[in-house]
Design a protein around this ligand. Sequence first.
Ligand SMILES: *Cc1c(COP(=O)(O)O)cnc(C)c1O
Length: 406
Amino acid sequence: MTDFDTQLAAELAALAAAGLRRELRRVDSAAGTRVRVGGRELLNFSANDYLGLAQHPALKEAAVKAVEQYGAGSGASRLVCGSLAVHHELEEVLAAFKGTEAALSFSTGFAAAQGAIVALLDKGDVLIVDKLVHACIVDAAKVCGASLRVFRHNDLNDLEAKLEWAAKQRSAGSGQRSARILVVTESVFSMDGDLAPLRDIVELKERFGAWLMVDEAHGTGLFGERRSGLVEEFGLTGRMEIQMATLGKALGAAGGAICGSRQLVDLLVNRARSLVFSTAPAPAAAAAARAGVAIIQSQEGETRRQRLWLLVEELKRALIGAGLPPSAVRAPIVPVVVGAESRAMALSGALREAGVFVPAIRFPTVARGAARLRFTVSAAHTAEDLIELRGALATVGNRQSAMANA
Ligand SMILES: *Cc1c(COP(=O)(O)O)cnc(C)c1O
């Protein structure tokens, strides 16, 4: 081996020794409720396609039509010749859906977060984030050069302390413009399935003259009367500077979006580097996302959401029945925290043997020693799927207790 490969091999070996090495698992089917992996069909409880729209005929048809009309690729960055009608149509629909003046779409949610945070903050500014925010926000903090402060998960007292600190920094500052303070949280936390106390966070940020960005990756499509997200459910649309959405979860397509004022979007068109220096999203993805929003806004969206919540309750009952009680959550993300990385891996492996695909989530996605099985449900799951899951859980539970008694 070359020195290069020897070094990398040592790093991989260290990951393996710590039980943290990851590998890509090839899926030979669509990522629906049943997936073909390694020649076997597995029941899938791992996707973020909560409303089952990724396989919906209307989204597929919209994607195919967009390919026929615009081609496979969009040709260039949005600022060159890539700003196709399909992107503008998607953005109009997203702004209306989220109740904002404007919206801007990105190739991924990761790029949307990066683009917005790096555009708005600079050295001398302060970024305050919940301890459990997604990696795309943490990485943006590093790139933008602002001081980063992390508050304990959903802890309003700690957030207030961080805001007090930031306000002091601001009054001491002597830059060209007044220092900015941006608070970022998720609305529905991706690995825990719990909700942020958004009303109290809004009160706090207003008291300190800070701005707020809410990542609705897992709230969009599921909460609020119009199903646009938790910000809508809490009646906070007009009090939020930046709403972020992903288009690859409940919306069933791929991409990300920032929704807010016209000024915000106009500034991002100039300053969001992940938009300016990146090829525009594929036409098929934009068209599918637009079709996804249309379904969510229709009666079918409400029917799918209600079915999803019913299935979530059934899943929780099945897990409790199998001695694997999940955290108390209000989302289609149902984590069973088991602690040790090795135990999570063993349970996930045993469930796969029994025909069910549920990922073990480990460090660095979650804290060390807080490894978990992360079950997610889709409105596309059937009653039989849940019965089959109960059977698999019973098999695994029996095997576990047999092993414990041996
Ligand atoms: C998935 C996710 C993202 C990133 O979105 P992609 O479109 O997958 O890049 C950002 N934030 C949260 C909370 C997410 O779960």
